[in-house]
Design a protein around this ligand. Structure first.
Ligand code: GDP
Ligand code: IMO
Ligand code: MG
Length: 448
């Protein structure tokens, strides 16, 4: 069977931690979208692993697959593999030959486009990893796939077609003086060919590429369990998120099928677990109706939560914006993903506050909305209708994690049950700290 782990908000909900918890039951962990814009954290026995491209199952020695829906930067992939090996892991990663390659010019263009957009309010605050430009080229049928790197004739032909276009874009539209910049090699066919043909050779020597759908089909036929590891979150999905402040892929559960080559009926017969952070964090721009930034008291509260929750971007180190939980956003995520269960993380971070609020609905021009409007402009006009919850005290969360759900303070359980009722899905796990042992597990989706 399959279990799909999906971010239900704006990314950084703690997906890595749950992939690690339930990954113990899986045989293969599959990323189906995104690239090294993701930053997933696994804390095991006091060791912290930051995973960007390598599926989080590596911490448990599971085979990790980067599906066809991913965009792969070989340079950062090999660097990440080295770092994880230095940390004592032995990651076994296979990459779909249909996955697209992030090339150096994609990163340069991502940076330039963000810079230009920052004059208006259109910049998404991207991770500058070249994600958007790579997916653009995929859709524009001028992308380079992992499989192309294994055949030097094809690689050269593709580069000779696309690189002059990228040069022209950078020089003539964006005014970059390529020859006198640090980016000369990023737009040079010969330099790119040498580097990427060598990466292709390395992929071949290390048997790192697969025909993803066929490989996963065989594993399923052998009775193996697949865990799909979504990156980012539903509200930054290119279709279902707060466009244009989104990433360029589909983090939502439907993409697990398209981005891996496993049929939607197979994914749909499995479990889809939404990962929820007990409040909101956001790296990036755009509106955020429940953001804590309106008064000095709110800003102080946001600072407190940011520090306590370590809310600084895993990939970029940027401080994350903080807000109250947004229920219309979660109802939207439940609709888009069809959650069979949820995991709610970070309830420990909210402990000890004087007040806890939740954006239960929105007020939009006098009308009450219980889900997100379809345009980001209208979303920005929404005023949250806030419900107050009784706060819960700071307690020994490690003890709670070992004692189980009933040891969670009653007020926090009320909060959890409210969330579960509103999204119409049972609680499978509650995060009370970053470590593997600091999660109260109520269900194992592989056993349901
Ligand atoms: P991901 O991108 O969804 O995998 O999440 P990140 O790893 O970017 O961010 C989540 C952060 O919160 C990481 O530092 C985790 O170690 C940490 N974390 C996960 N679950 C919990 C939790 O329940 N409580 C606390 N305090 N931290 C958590
Ligand atoms: P994980 O998997 C949070 C955000 C960026 C930016 C927008 C587009 O760790 O949850 P991109 O570089 O993807 O083109 O940037 O998406 N973003 C994330 N925010 N968590 C992530 O991943 C993110 N990946 C991208 O901040 O607003
Ligand atoms: Mg993250």
């Amino acid at each position: 069977m399959t279990v799909t782990i999906v971010g239900s908000q704006l990314g950084d909900e703690g997906k890595g931690a749950l992939v690690d918890i339930w990954g113990g039951e899986a045989d293969v962990v599959v990323r189906y979208q995104g690239g090294d814009n993701a930053g997933h954290t696994v804390v095991e026995d006091g060791n912290t692993y930051e995973l960007s491209l390598v599926p989080s199952g590596a911490v448990r020695d599971k085979v990790g697959i980067l599906g066809n829906g991913c965009v792969v930067n070989p340079t950062t992939l090999f660097a990440e593999l080295d770092t994880l090996r230095d940390q004592g892991l032995n990651p076994d990663v296979r990459i779909a030959r249909r996955a697209h390659v992030i090339l150096p010019y994609h990163r340069v263009l991502d940076g330039i486009e963000e810079e230009i957009k920052s004059d208006s309010d259109l910049a998404a605050g991207t991770t500058k990893r070249g994600i958007g430009p790579t997916y653009e080229d995929k859709a524009g049928r001028r992308g380079i796939r992992i499989g192309d790197m294994l055949d030097s004739d094809v690689l050269r032909e593709r580069l000779e077609y696309v690189v002059p276009q990228k040069r022209a874009l950078a020089e003539q539209i964006y005014g970059l003086d390529i020859a006198n910049s640090e980016h000369a090699d990023a737009f040079d066919v010969d330099a790119l060919f040498d580097t990427y043909a060598a990466y292709g050779e390395r992929f071949r020597e290390e048997s790192m590429t697969v025909n993803c759908g066929a490989y996963l089909g065989d594993r399923l036929a052998d009775g193996d369990e697949l865990l799909f590891e979504g990156a980012q979150g539903t509200s930054i999905d290119i279709d279902h998120g707060i466009y244009p402040y989104v990433t360029s892929s589909n983090p939502s559960a439907g993409a697990a099928a398209v981005g891996s080559g496993v049929g939607p009926t197979v994914v749909g017969r499995g479990e889809v677990v939404g990962i929820v952070k007990a409040y909101l964090s956001r790296v990036g721009t755009g509106p955020l109706p429940t953001e804590l930034d309106a008064t000095e008291t709110e800003t102080e509260l946001a600072d407190f939560i940011r520090e306590k929750g370590g809310e600084f971007g895993t990939v970029t180190g940027r401080p994350r914006r903080i807000g109250w939980l947004d229920m219309p956003m979660l109802r939207h995520a439940a609709q888009v993903n069809g959650f069979t269960g949820i995991a709610v993380n970070h309830i420990d971070v909210l402990a000890g506050l004087d007040e806890i609020k939740v954006g239960h609905a929105y007020d939009l021009d006098g009308e009450t909305l219980t889900t997100m409007p379809a345009t980001t402009e209208r979303w920005g006009d929404c005023e949250p209708v806030l419900n107050s919850f009784e706060p819960w005290p700071e307690i020994d969360w490690a003890a709670v994690a070992s004692e189980g759900y009933d040891a969670i303070p009653a007020a926090a359980r009320d909060y959890l049950e409210y969330v579960s009722d509103e999204v119409g899905a049972p609680i499978y796990a509650v995060g009370v700290g970053p470590g593997r042992e600091e999660t109260v597990v109520l269900a194992d989706p592989f056993d349901s």
